[in-house]
Design a protein around this ligand. Structure first.
Ligand code: AP5
Length: 186
């Protein structure tokens, strides 16, 4: 099965995507991780990505979608895609890409969480990890961008009957169990 995970920053997309990948034998593809690797390069492109991501803004689609598409094309098996698409235009691009490559997207998992809890989780992470975009101001901007740019995707996929909504407030284990159960019965 091929899956996409959507949710606000800090909702636990990456955490759940890794666990689901293990349980379901899927490859976890995270556009954020791919971009952070590219941003760590000592080059003008790396610097540009560091600047954009450090401000919490979206990276231009022409930069990110090629990277994601190349990664998906290189896989043998099925995948769980985390962090892309981020806009309705990106969702349309991905649908064209899936059609061209005879890939069936089965389900779009949407993790639902209040802004407050998402922000608290990112602030806790900031104490442990060193992500340039985990500062109070940038976190606020990332959440605002999610509501404006990314949330409309849920309606886009709802029209295709692909959305699976999951409450992302409980513990990591409970969310995983709930997701697996709902995937089984979808
Ligand atoms: P990306 O890496 O996708 O980051 P994000 O969407 O901001 O999400 P996060 O990684 O902050 O959170 P998450 O939902 O994965 O939660 P996590 O599991 O880490 O994107 C980063 C940037 O890349 C973007 O801002 C943009 O610039 C760029 N980008 C990426 N894709 C793009 C695209 N397609 N187009 C344009 N730009 C793009 O969990 C968060 C914390 O909470 C962790 O510490 C975790 O341990 C903890 N936690 C998780 N679950 C729970 C739980 N149930 N209870 C308590 N704590 C929990």
């Amino acid at each position: 099965m091929n899956l996409i995970i959507i949710g606000p920053p800090g909702s636990g997309k990456g955490t759940q995507a890794k666990l689901l990948a293990q349980k379901l034998n899927l490859t976890h593809v995270s556009s954020g991780e791919l971009l952070r690797a590219a941003a760590s390069e000592d080059s003008p492109k790396g610097q540009l990505l560091r600047d954009i991501m450090g401000r919490g803004e979206l990276v231009p689609s022409e930069t990110v979608l090629g990277v994601v598409a190349d990664k998906l094309k290189s896989l043998n098996g099925e995948f769980i895609l985390d962090g892309t698409p981020r806009t309705v235009a990106q969702a349309e691009f991905m649908d064209d890409f899936f059609a061209e490559n005879k890939i069936v997207l089965d389900t779009v998992i949407v993790y639902e969480l209040t802004d407050q809890i998402a922000q608290e989780r990112m602030m806790s992470r900031a104490k442990l990890e060193n992500r340039a975009d985990d500062t109070p101001e940038v976190i606020k901007d990332r959440v605002a961008i999610y509501h404006k740019e990314t949330e409309p995707i849920i309606e886009y996929y709802d029209k295709q009957g692909k959305v699976l909504r999951i409450d992302a407030a409980p513990s990591i284990e409970v969310i995983l169990e709930d997701t697996l159960k709902k995937l089984e019965t979808k």
